[in-house]
Design a protein around this ligand. Sequence first.
Ligand SMILES: [Zn+2]
Length: 216
Amino acid sequence: MAGESGPVDRPERCHHCQKPMDSPIGCLSCHTIYPSSSELTHFDRLGLPTQFSLALPDLERRYLAWSRELHPDFYQTRTAEEQAMSLKLSAALNDAYSTLKDPVRRAEYLLFLFEGPTAAEHRSMPEGFLEEILELRMEIDEAKEEGLLDSPSVQGLRDRIKRERDEVMGTIGEMFRQIETSAEPPATATLATIREQLNTVKYRDGLLRELSSCGV
Ligand SMILES: [Zn+2]
């Protein structure tokens, strides 16, 4: 995994107060922050296991605890070095939080950690998918031209796209779960399948955004 390529300094207990630490970036008990290694992943920083499935309230709680901890007001009397470090950590935490709270971005990030293909490297879609999208697009365009966007059939279309999109996200979650619970490194073919499925989610999200911008 890309995030595990080098040795990472992750004291399980704080060097200062010896209390167990929630995250390698610092200790919430004695308010010490540790120089953050660039090797840390978004999951590491928030003290979370590297997995797709996560509880959003837990993610939020961890993020808010660290946001408070790193608030500039608490650093006014600290050294310039500590102030700079806290600002850098804040930015890294904001990035970690916004990436992990969104399931699509989280899946993208996990795919990156597992060294799977990027969207640019692997553009293919499941067979028949583009034809399906084209048909949906034509139906939407027709409804637009005829001023029928608020008709039950267009709302049904939106619900169907949403349902299919959610089903695909469920499949992606299940595929990640299998990777995460396996002792073997993920197969290239599995990562390529996740990429294809993720590509379809982006297409469907594009249609949903378009419908939403028209008030559907
Ligand atoms: Zn401590």
